[in-house]
Design a protein around this ligand. Structure first.
Ligand code: 4NP
Length: 149
């Protein structure tokens, strides 16, 4: 799961997916998240995102931001970008067609080929965080149904 800062959208995407996999007792799928930038490397998720997670029954306070690295193409089979800018930045690091084929826009899971983006909630109000949570809840349900179940 990849966004810009790795403190709002991608950690909640990772947290929701991790939570669902645990509930399924799936210990095979490795989840992680990263930012295309290093702006917040080492930081815990944004307080507003952590609070939204808690309100929805999840604890993501253990997560720490890191920057996406080229070796992530070797570690992961699916790389989900939160928005088109993240997707472009990830694709600019791809080494070959195999790398490129792993990169998907997360909302394509529920709205295929519409190029919909998870809005960056960082500069907005509280509601933006719950909206992001709800979108990623739906998208991860679909992801699990498609690739894991
Ligand atoms: P994220 O949100 O990409 O969802 O983690 C952002 C967090 C911080 C910044 C931008 C987006 N920032 O510019 O500091």
């Amino acid at each position: 799961m990849v966004c810009l800062g790795n403190i709002c959208r991608s950690p909640i995407a990772e947290g929701i997916l991790r939570h669902k996999l645990r509930a399924m007792k799936n210990e095979e799928v490795l989840t992680d998240s990263a930012g295309t930038s290093n702006f917040h490397a080492g930081e815990a998720p944004d307080t507003r995102m952590r609070m939204t997670a808690l309100k929805n029954g999840l604890d993501i306070s253990d997560l720490r931001a890191r920057q996406f690295v080229v070796s992530d193409f070797d570690e992961f089979d699916l790389i989900y970008a939160m928005d088109l800018s993240n997707q472009r930045d990830i694709l600019s690091l791809a080494r070959n067609d195999d790398d490129r084929a792993k990169v998907k826009l997360i909302l394509d899971e529920i709205y295929p080929d519409e190029n919909r983006e998870v809005p960056d909630p960082y500069y907005g109000g509280e509601k933006g965080f719950q909206d992001v949570f709800d979108m990623l809840d739906d998208a991860t349900d679909q992801l699990i149904a498609r690739y894991i179940e």
